[in-house]
Design a protein around this ligand. Sequence first.
Ligand code: HEC
Ligand SMILES: [Cu+2]
Length: 354
Amino acid sequence: MRGWMGKFRSLFLFGALTLILSGCGVDNLSALKPKGYGAELLLDLMIISIAIMIFVFVIVMAIYAFVLIRYKQKKGQENLIPKQTEGNKALEVIWTVIPIILLLVLAVPTVQATFDLADTSGQDDENAITIDVIGNQYWWHFNYAGQEIATSQELYIPTGERVYLNMKSSDVIHSFWLPSIAGKMDTNPGENINSMYLEAYEEGVYWGHCAELCGPSHSLMDFRVIAVSPDEFDQWVEDMKNVDPEATPETASAQEGQELFNNNCMSCHAIGGSSAGVGPNLTNFGNREKIAGIMDPSKENLVDWITNPDEIKPGNQMPANIVSKEEASKIADYLLQLKHSDVGTDVPTRNTDE
Ligand code: HEC
Ligand SMILES: [Cu+2]
């Protein structure tokens, strides 16, 4: 016997699904809440295509329901053969012409947007900001062309301005995906460079992901884009250019950490400059939102990372146990005080307005 639960089962299912899916619209990570030019263009296209789909669906369902009801077999008509019609010029013209119109309505803005988003010719302007993006298993490197500065994992950009990205990969194919500001683009190994641009409307910290399955830690290959006002951006560039990689830290523990770091870690990591080594550039590390793109920046997490990175990001290229836990703790003191620029530290983070 089906109880009242049974009768309402599908209603429950739909209700639960709605609740789960409503979690998809996270601020600063969602294509449905655009905060930049590309994302806005793409959302408009989604709305047009969904509107057309709903229009077609409703008309087809209405005709379907009409035929079902109007031509239902009635009592006493079991052997009745309805009037047979073959071909109808007017109807055939209508159902050929309407889809053509709908396809045009869909095609014109789609083709326009495609060319618009692919137009990176603005980077030839000498004042344009261009950034070389390099995807690595499982971290991102951002090299500011002509500026001799670089960041890893966190990309700083000015708001209200087009910033051009030229992308490639150092190993396998990755995909740079920043849903709330722009679309997504593959980074390929080899000579093939893909270009796109970002234009953020408001200050904020925007979340990006790698969107191409690239290995066991693919799902942990996150990055941030920090959009600040153009003035603050210029300040940030100044700060980054004036980094002194040799600066002596204040505490004794951090000083020991600095020496340990220089002896054990500098072969892969850089502080200051624009080099992309085997590992991320750690300039301004103390102001990072995340460690390795995914962990909150606590000392405990950092020590865990330094002693056994593979436990946190399986398959990544940093070796475990280079230093002891005590040494790692001193290195953590050193790294966490690397604050080279406070630009962006007051920018509202994701979800603060929810
Ligand atoms: C063989 C090269 C190599 C050596 C040596 C190395 N690392 Fe790494 N390190 C990496 C790579 C590669 C990553 C990126 C891992 C990832 O996120 O996939 C990384 C990531 C990190 C991160 C996270 C960076 C970020 O952007 O959030 C920290 C911190 C770090 N390493 C510290 C150290 C310290 C401290 C040492 C020395 C004890 C060290 N590394 C030695 C290659 C190396
Ligand atoms: Cu990837």
